[in-house]
Design a protein around this ligand. Structure first.
Ligand code: NPW
Ligand code: ADP
Ligand code: K
Length: 480
């Protein structure tokens, strides 16, 4: 598990740590760590660092100070370093130290600023970090040189022009190959769209650890999933490993049911029950002979969790199923059409006594709760407060919040998943995790992890059924 802290938490931790350290010490730790990361990467790219050129983009605050002090270390390794000041101010003392060490200084508006960037092997973006909250306005020629350079572009703490706390990217935000983050992971390093602009994030320990508590976000990793994903024990039987009920599909969208049941069944619960019309049951059993059919929830028999919604349509019959399912006393995940049906009735979700998971994409989220906006984590938290449900917002970074709980963000998967039906597989996987007894938020986040990892593991172009085909190999590895 990786913990992520927002700028207020990081600044508070820095303030506490400063009580125990000499003035300027933290910036020196940051600058040394930053220089090391750049030197290592530069070394592996060009086989050595001596004689290389670096350009520093230097903003007026602490971020620019880090860049200038890292320049001192680069100079000591035989790199020619030129600093370009963005604005008139620079961090007190840093510019002087940089010049004393042999660095040269110009302004971002200089006629040769773009040339300095294009000739560099290393560009360090120290315009703004934690204090970045607006667009980056560089001369066009410099912006163009940064965007097109083959040099290593390394962001100091955060790429300039991203909001560190929300993951929002403003106009002109720097696209880095690598980001050296100081003392803590920041939300923008795990949230879209900023996450992509960070490139490879390198953690530079400056000693904040003991002063950081109560992370804003946690990111589950493979070891977490291996530890929590349920597997059978020697005395398991089909009812002890969880029975999933699925209500999905319709004459218009029969495939959604096949994929949802497939996602559930290949995640290895004890049993999957499919509830639908007789012809729909026939189709499902043809695709998945191990699935058990029933024509109503009442006739389905013992079930530990329900997945309701993929491709079920929004006609009166579907509406009536969704409404009556609100009183089910086992966990339910509502997805797709069930979310559309519930969007007229969001506050009724509060009636649910058992755990409930909602899995909207941004369009469904907007229908339920209003537009996601610039701060998706806050929007998802507000949705959990309103409904009392676990809310999983799908997208390039999937966010899972629970009432009163910590926010989980998933990092597996990619835009390969932007293809019809992948969401149906996801809800099936989460259904299996819920039926096995995982707490709702963990089931949702672990399901998202597995789903994304299936896409990552798949070679070549992906369609939704490929995810189901990847499940056995993934589960085998997980349980080995
Ligand atoms: N605190 C500590 O102990 C440690 C902190 N450390 C380092 O300090 C960083 C935080 O420093 P910080 O607070 O000075 O803020 P910082 O990120 O430099 O930005 C604020 C300045 O930038 C300016 N600015 C903003 N956006 C801009 C833009 N697009 N284009 C141009 N300018 C822009 C903004 O100007 P304004 O918007 O107000 O006009 C303001 O002047 C942190 O990320 C880490 O790198 C490390 O050394 C470890 C120890
Ligand atoms: N650009 C992207 N990057 C990563 N994951 C994505 C991206 N686009 C979509 N996904 C994932 O693909 C799935 C799509 O689900 P959904 O929109 O419900 O599709 P459908 O309804 O067709 O099944 C979600 O798990 C989502 O997180
Ligand atoms: K930066």
């Amino acid at each position: 598990m990786r913990s992520v802290y927002d700028s207020t938490q990081v600044r508070a931790a820095e303030a506490r740590l400063k009580e125990f350290t000499a003035p300027g010490e933290l910036m020196q730790r940051a600058a040394y760590g930053l220089a090391n990361e750049c030197l290592n990467e530069l070394h592996s790219r060009r086989g050595g660092v001596y004689g290389a050129r670096a350009a520093l983009l230097v903003g007026p605050g602490g971020n620019g100070g880090d860049a200038l002090y890292s320049g001192v270390w680069l100079l000591r390794r035989g790199i020619a370093v030129h600093a370009l000041l963005v604005g008139v101010k620079s961090y007190p003392g840093a510019r002087e130290a940089f010049v004393r060490a042999g660095g040269t200084v110009g302004a971002i508006s200089d006629a040769d600023a773009a040339t300095a960037v294009s000739r560099a092997d290393l560009v360090i973006d120290g315009i703004a970090g934690l204090g970045s909250s607006r667009s980056v306005e560089l001369p066009d020629s410099v912006a163009e040189a940064i965007a097109t350079t083959d040099a290593l572009v390394c962001a100091v703490d955060l790429p300039s022009g991203v909001n560190g706390d929300t993951g929002q990217a403003y106009d002109g935000a720097i696209h880095a190959d690598m980001t050296a983050t100081f003392g803590a992971w920041k939300p923008a390093q795990v949230l879209a769209p900023a996450r992509r602009l960070c490139g490879d994030v390198r953690f530079v320990d400056i000693g904040l650890g003991p002063h950081l508590t109560d992370p804003r976000i946690d990111v589950l990793d493979y070891a977490d999933i291996a530890a929590i994903w349920p597997g059978p024990s020697y005395d398991s039987h089909k009812y002890s490993t969880g029975v999933v009920g699925v209500i999905a599909g319709s004459a218009q969208y029969p495939g959604a049911a096949v994929m949802c049941v497939g996602g559930a069944i290949r995640s290895k619960p004890g049993m999957v029950r499919y509830v639908g019309a007789p012809d729909a049951i026939e189709r499902i059993v043809a695709a998945w002979p191990a699935a058990v059919g029933a024509t109503s929830i009442d006739d389905a028999g013992r079930t530990n969790a329900w997945v309701i919604g993929p491709g079920m349509g929004t006609d009166d019959a579907a509406r009536s199923v969704v409404r009556s399912s609100l009183s089910l006393d086992v966990p339910v995940i509502y997805d797709a059409d069930a979310l559309t049906i519930l969007s007229g009735d969001v506050d009724r979700l509060r009636e649910r006594q058992a755990p409930t998971v909602l899995t909207p994409h941004s369009g469904e989220f907007a229908r339920l709760f209003g537009e996601v906006g610039d701060d998706p984590v806050e929007s998802v938290k507000a949705a959990t407060r309103r409904t009392g449900c676990v809310v999983l917002l799908k997208g390039p970074s999937t966010i899972v919040a629970a009432p009163g709980g910590r926010v989980l963000v998933n990092e597996t998967g990619s835009s390969k998943l932007a293809t019809a039906g992948t969401g149906d597989v996801l809800s099936g996987i989460i259904g299996a995790a819920l039926a096995a007894g995982l707490p709702a938020q963990i089931a949702a986040a672990a399901g998202a992890y597995v789903h994304g990892a299936l896409a990552d593991q798949h070679d070549g172009p992906l369609i939704a059924p490929d995810l189901i085909d990847e499940l056995p190999a993934f589960m085998a590895r997980l349980q080995a």
